[in-house]
Ligand binder design. Structure first.
Ligand SMILES: Cc1ncc(COP(=O)(O)O)c(C=O)c1O
Length: 371
């Protein structure tokens, strides 16, 4: 285990506890900027950490734009006075009025949002008009994940034209998220990006020729960040999230991003040794994300064994040398997927020089702040 991770005095950490390593986070923010060369080409996604303090660290490093997925994250970013925030989630139902309220309540932040359907655009336009506010809307272009968005083509063109006609809304460009591009070799990710971009750029050309402005393209997550970072696309802003904390899965899959450090761990303790070959830790799936398959949700550092059972608050590990563990012993776990993991914790213990120096609230893990 990297000696930077070990706490001199773990007794002050309640387990299971989320640990954020501030120096490593700062290193990752620097690495992000080094890849794109200019912080104005970055719009990191806040969902990975959901903390005010990392937003401020990014701001101090020159990053003025953020992306988010929930109204609570968007509000936290408004409270942090981030100048430019994209809520990359379609607004429907009462969320349209909540978005309008955000725009009204945080005038120091220029909010934008995404849309992919005529009805959603209509509802949002009505809410904005009722509140007497306006905002830019990015057309959500489906480039292959088929989660949200509309494929580049004539119907997408019509939606963009609808945006331009809708009161309270202004077309701001395209949202181009390729969450399906997880190819491990960088050459394969590069080829996938080039292929998916062709129709997007064609749509942009068509709209521009018809007199509509498509000023910005918000592109990608972490896996294709190294590709987008090298492309010269006018108005492109890269929106990786995970690499600020960098989890086990991404660190293993995308080895071309070796400069990013694992900056978040979990501290866990042995709670039982039920058999001669079993050790049970207080690290259930209410403390570490369970979207990776059972048995592969975290890596216990310096602990070899099979994760044979995980319940809400228990992780049972089968190993031949179980007798080396006693109840109360501390271990450190690297989450396979950090973003949902951080959202399970009320706060993160902040570690510097092997000591806990602070606690940061995972402030926008809640669904509602004030709006
Ligand atoms: C719309 C959108 N943008 C950006 C990101 C960040 O991607 P990553 O987690 O690969 O950094 C995500 C992640 O889920 C996302 O959904």
């Amino acid at each position: 285990m990297n000696p930077e991770y070990r706490l001199k005095d773990p007794s002050q950490v309640f387990s299971p506890g989320l640990l954020f390593y501030k120096t490593l986070i700062a290193r990752n923010i620097k690495a992000l900027i080094a890849r794109v060369g200019d912080p104005s080409r970055l719009r990191p996604h806040v969902k990975t950490h959901k903390t005010r303090q990392i937003v401020r660290m990014e701001r101090e490093a020159g990053i003025t734009k953020q992306k988010c997925a929930t109204i609570a994250e968007a509000e936290m970013l408004g409270q942090c006075e981030v100048p430019d925030v994209l809520l990359a989630y379609p607004m429907v139902g009462p969320n349209c009025a909540r978005f309008a309220q955000l725009v009204k309540k945080y005038p120091g932040t220029k909010y934008s949002v995404i849309a992919d359907h005529a009805l959603g655009i209509q509802q949002l336009s009505d809410a904005m008009r009722n509140a007497g506010v306006s905002a830019e809307v990015f057309l959500d272009v489906d480039v292959g994940q088929h989660r949200t968005g509309i494929a580049a083509g004539p119907a997408a063109r019509q939606l963009y034209e609808q945006l331009a006609r809708s009161s309270g809304l202004k077309p701001g460009g395209f949202h181009v998220y390729d969450g399906h591009n997880h190819q491990h070799p960088i050459e394969e990710r590069k080829a996938a990006v080039e292929k998916m971009l062709a129709p997007v750029l064609e749509l942009r050309d068509t709209l521009t020729k018809s007199g509509l402005s498509v000023p910005r393209l918000v592109v990608g997550g972490t896996p294709t960040f190294p590709v987008f970072a090298t492309l010269e696309i006018a108005g492109a802003e890269c929106s990786p999230g995970t690499c600020v904390l960098n989890d086990f899965n991404y660190g293993t899959w995308f080895q071309d991003m070796g400069e990013f450090a694992h900056a978040a761990l979990l501290l866990t303790r042995v709670i039982s040794r039920p058999t001669a070959t079993r050790v049970t830790f207080d690290l259930g799936y209410k403390a570490v994300a369970s979207d990776p398959p059972a048995g592969k949700r975290c890596v216990l550092l310096d602990v070899k064994g099979d994760h044979v059972l995980q319940n809400e608050e228990h992780l049972v590990v089968e190993m031949p040398d179980a007798e080396r563990f006693q109840p109360g012993d501390v271990a450190y776990a690297l989450p396979a997927h950090v973003c949902p993991t951080s959202a399970m914790h009320q706060f993160a213990y902040i570690v510097e020089n092997n000591q806990v120096v602070d606690r940061w609230d995972i402030a926008s893990r809640d669904r509602v702040l004030t709006i």
